[in-house]
Design a protein around this ligand. Structure first.
Ligand code: ATP
Ligand code: MG
Length: 649
């Protein structure tokens, strides 16, 4: 039975999927902003954003100058029409009584200055005037083009530089986050900081910022020119502004609502897609293809609906605003005509003014649109900064030691621990492991075996009790020193994209090729590696998708074997390896771990038989301990497990 839209939305729009790969559909406004929400502490976020662009202060000032020059050039360019039209009118009707304003006269003089030297070449005065005006306009627009080019190029450098720094800071921070953070936050949520949120910041720095400054300068400049041409017409134009603003805001609000719904629908669809792609095999195993198609159809249908509405209201904005501005245009020209007849406005002045009033609403609209982008970017920036402010893994305690010659004498004394304060996972664990000893943990699923290893290398810090190595509390050992001294094969193995050799060398970067091979032999991985297409140089793809589960484990063991660490932890390291290979590895490891301490966790009890001590964990408590013979003689839980009288839960 397929889930309905409500259920699907609820489940797939959780934080883990929100934003993952969400992209704006075609036709949306604002240039690719995704996600959103209003920033909570705008002032602080803006301040922090500024700190990322402040290193480029000089360049930004230069950009501002370019912008100013650009706007002035564009306004001046269109203003030149006024004297040209006036001159042409006079040419047609020499007795027309045209009284040019001071600004018009200045512009006229500017063109005339060009005209005079040209007069010797072309006889006709009007023609020469127009010709020189064209030359002057060409020069003005050339300034516009050059400054626009320079400004966008420099700004691109600034924004990319700032975004690179943000990405870097974010990554550095991520490396410092404690394991607890990764355990408690979905991967998708973390990833979307890098993708959507940083993208939004990028778009803001790149487009919106320049666009906003440009709009403001244009509005102010246009306004100044308009006032100097005719204050009466300026008043008329300004009266229409609230209509644009309110109309725009109303439509913007409506499209914003549907836009949010579109994002949610996109998030759900993408979340669903992500899950069915990663779980493709499971879908097939359980014959769930038709349900999947049905559920996807529901989500896809919903997305089409939301996208239609969002894009409709987004698209309708332009034409509506355009038509409203036509009304303002008509009124302006009408009144302007009257003023012209009354001789308070020249024909050129009216033309230029009509032109300005038409373009006046554009930057205003642009400004309101860019604000959405800015808010989305600031909200994204806030999330990015929140991650940067996450509590890092605690700093080393003062006077933390280096322990250059760690022997691996491990002791746990009355250790109790819970991942959350309300649930104790390990209770009162005490044990000793001397160099050369092999200590095993057995017990049912969820008993707390992996948790013990999480405490040893300080993935988590203990609340009660003490863990010491060579008599030193691990809290007083530098964290990197501690981890360097503990080689681990984690229960959930991981391989990185790279060659087999690189993956093994991950355990000790200065290992030679011979040592890599030796480690592989110890882990019984050598023979299968040699059968790979390029041997040790075979590239491993996507967490080892081109290897078998057991082969992946062998490489993880080799990676631990190559390290010189005095302590080795194997958490279900050979669970997918056949028993014969497992014996081989054991012999190899025994040789390797002569004077080192080994902790082994295994469900397969044959693996732990030869351990010096076996700890039987049950609900976070060690209920039995001793070597294989002793535990069998005890006839307790271990005996039951070993003889198969009781299966592991
Ligand atoms: N990151 C975590 N956050 C909260 N609780 C956790 C976390 N990891 C494990 N637990 C809980 O701690 C308990 C012990 O888990 P642990 O992984 O140590 O079991 P285990 O003995 O290694 O089991 P298995 O044999 O399945 O590997 C479980 O009840 C589990 O739910
Ligand atoms: Mg485990």
């Amino acid at each position: 039975m397929a889930r309905n839209l409500e259920q699907l939305r609820r489940q797939y729009n959780s934080t883990s999927h929100k934003g993952a790969m969400v992209r704006r559909g075609p036709g949306g406004r604002g240039g690719g902003i995704v996600g959103g929400g209003k920033p909570k502490n705008m002032k602080k976020t803006v301040g922090r954003m500024l700190s990322y662009i402040s290193p480029y202060k000089g360049r930004i000032i230069f950009v501002l100058i370019c912008m100013l020059a650009n706007t002035v050039a564009s306004l001046l360019g269109s203003y030149m029409l006024a004297p040209i039209i006036n001159r042409l009118t006079l040419a047609i009707k020499p007795d027309a009584n045209i009284e040019m304003s001071a600004l018009e006269r200045a512009a006229d003089r500017l063109i005339s200055n060009f005209t005079d030297p040209l007069l010797g070449i072309v006889e006709n005065a009007v023609l020469t005037y127009v010709l020189s005006a064209i030359i002057l306009l060409g020069a003005i627009y050339a300034v516009g083009v050059i400054t626009a080019y320079v400004q966008s190029r420099i700004m691109l450098g600034v924004s990319q530089g700032a975004v690179e720094k943000i990405r870097n800071d974010l990554f550095i921070k991520m490396q410092k986050l404690p394991v607890r953070y990764f355990d408690s936050h979905p991967t998708g949520e973390l990833m979307s900081r890098y993708t959507n949120d940083v993208d939004n910041i990028d778009i803001m720095l790149n487009n919106s910022l320049t666009s906003i400054i440009n709009s403001v300068i244009t509005i102010l400049g246009t306004f100044a020119f308009m006032v100097s041409t005719s204050w009466i017409l300026t008043v008329i134009t300004v009266v229409f502004i609230p209509i644009f603003a309110f109309g725009g805001a109303a439509i913007g609000k409506l499209s914003g609502k549907y836009f949010g719904a579109q994002q949610a629908a996109l998030g759900a669809t993408n979340g669903y897609l992500e899950e069915t792609v990663t779980g493709a095999k499971t879908v097939k195993v359980f014959n769930h293809e038709s349900e999947c198609i049905e559920e996807f159809n529901i989500l896809n249908d919903d997305m089409r609906d939301k996208q239609f509405k969002a894009n409709f209201w987004g698209g309708v904005m332009g034409p509506i605003m355009g038509n409203t501005s036509q009304i303002s245009y008509a009124v302006t020209v009408g009144v302007g005509g009257v003023l012209m007849c009354a001789k308070t406005l020249t024909p050129g002045g009216l033309t230029v003014f009509a032109n300005y009033s038409r373009h006046f609403s554009m930057p205003i609209n642009q400004l309101s649109q860019q604000m959405t982008t800015v808010f989305a970017a600031l909200a994204g920036a806030e999330r990015v900064f929140a991650l940067m402010d996450e509590e890092p893994e605690g700093a080393d305690s003062e006077g933390a030691v280096d322990m250059p010659n760690m022997r691996g004498d491990v002791a746990l004394e009355n250790v109790s621990f819970g991942y959350t304060p309300d649930k104790t996972v390990l209770k009162n664990i005490s044990l000793y492991a001397h160099p050369g000893q092999k200590i095993a943990f057995v017990g049912s699923t969820g008993a707390g075996k992996t948790t013990v290893t999480n405490l040893l290398n300080r993935f988590y810090d203990i609340a009660e009790g003490k863990i010491t190595i060579d008599g030193v509390d691990i809290k007083d050992i530098k964290r990197d020193v501690l981890r360097k001294n503990i080689a681990m094969v984690l229960q959930d193995t991981h391989l990185f994209t790279g060659t087999v050799r690189e993956n093994i060398r991950y355990g000790r970067l200065d290992a030679t090729d011979e040592e890599v091979e030796l480690a592989a032999k110890t882990a019984s991985a050598h023979s299968f590696i040699m059968r790979l297409e390029n041997g040790y140089d075979t590239v491993i793809e996507g967490d080892g998708a081109n290897l078998s589960q057991g082969q992946r484990q062998l490489l993880n063991i080799a990676r631990a074997a190559i390290s010189h660490a005095p302590i080795l932890v194997l958490d279900e390291a050979t669970s997918s390896v056949d028993t014969r290979t497992e014996r081989h590895i054991e012999h190899g490891m025994d040789r390797l771990m002569k004077n080192r301490t080994t902790f082994v966790i295994a469900h397969r009890l044959s693996t732990v038989r030869n351990s010096n001590a076996i700890m039987v964990l049950e609900n976070g408590v060690i209920i039995e301990r001793g070597d294989h013979e002793q535990l069998l003689a005890l006839g307790g839980r271990y005996y039951e497990l070993y003889t198969g009288k009781r299966e592991l839960d």
